[in-house]
Design a protein around this ligand. Structure first.
Ligand SMILES: C[S@@+](CC[C@H](N)C(=O)[O-])C[C@H]1O[C@@H](n2cnc3c(N)ncnc32)[C@H](O)[C@@H]1O
Length: 245
């Protein structure tokens, strides 16, 4: 990609435009985000998130930062793990997503600190968190390298980053997955959320996102050690884990 240009799905746009376009998508989908996740993944996103939450080695009292936390699925899981003596921040760059997330957690009796925060410029001190998570968020960020460095900065030495993200599906399944992504997804988006374009962007952004090995290298470049990943659902998603030494 040439200087100052980046991808927004399959479109090439100025870097300065991407965050605004991503913001439009998530302002538009926020209200129907949770129901669409269940419908589109047949409930599988719950299994992927459950696995992510169970992968973390957390203790009561730990501090966790959920980046691009949206409607709060991971934050809820982290809050249960660290208990009342712990600290879990639900953060996102998008006020509509964050409002849905905050209200949802409040309705469940969970009062967590919530902050509007850009992953590329995190408003947190160095060496503060035991765990940083980002689920289905990194794909949407303009400067993924800068965001990964910020995640590294705010982690304590010994702390862990978990990146749950769509990834490269195993090759034999690619034709069926393409059919599903480019025909059914936008159709479901149109019928349920009255928004085909956002779900077309979803399918395209998944294809443009770095594959498992590339993301592993990006995490190493950002300063993480012991980087490893675990494929789920034949590589539809992967959970990458890195440690700050
Ligand atoms: C697909 S949603 C994921 C929400 C939630 N983590 C989940 O797994 O259900 C992606 C989220 O990334 C957020 N996002 C995009 N760019 C961001 C950035 N630069 N910093 C923080 N959040 C960002 C969007 O606003 C959106 O809420």
């Amino acid at each position: 990609m040439s200087d100052n240009k980046t991808h927004f799905g399959y479109q090439t746009v100025d870097e300065s435009e991407k965050a605004g376009k991503v913001a439009e998508v998530f302002h538009s989908v926020a209200k129907n985000y949770d129901i669409m996740n269940d419908v589109m993944s047949g409930g599988l996103h719950r299994v992927w998130k459950h696995f992510t939450i169970n992968t973390a080695r957390l203790r009561k009292g730990d501090k966790v930062l959920d980046i691009a936390g949206g409607t709060g699925d991971l934050s809820r899981g982290w809050a249960k793990r660290v208990g009342k003596e712990g600290e879990v921040w639900l953060t996102d760059i998008n006020s509509s997503m964050l409002t849905v997330g905050r209200d949802r957690l409040l309705n469940e009796g969970l009062i967590l600190p919530v902050s509007l925060a850009d992953a590329e410029k995190l408003p947190f001190p160095d060496n503060y968190f035991n765990l940083v998570s980002v689920a289905f968020g990194l794909r949407n960020m303009t400067h993924k390298d800068a965001a990964l460095k910020e995640m590294h900065r705010v982690l304590k030495p010994g702390g862990t980053l978990l990146v749950l993200e769509f990834s490269k599906v195993f090759k034999p399944l690619a034709p069926a997955y393409d059919l599903y992504s480019f025909k059914l997804l936008p159709l479901m988006g149109k019928m349920i959320a009255k928004d085909a374009d956002s779900y077309q962007y979803l399918a395209e952004s998944i294809r443009m996102h770095p594959d498992q090995e590339t993301l592993k290298q990006m995490m190493l470049d950002a300063g993480f050690d012991s980087v490893e990943y675990h494929n789920m659902t034949a590589g539809v998603v992967a959970l990458h884990k890195g440690v700050k030494f």
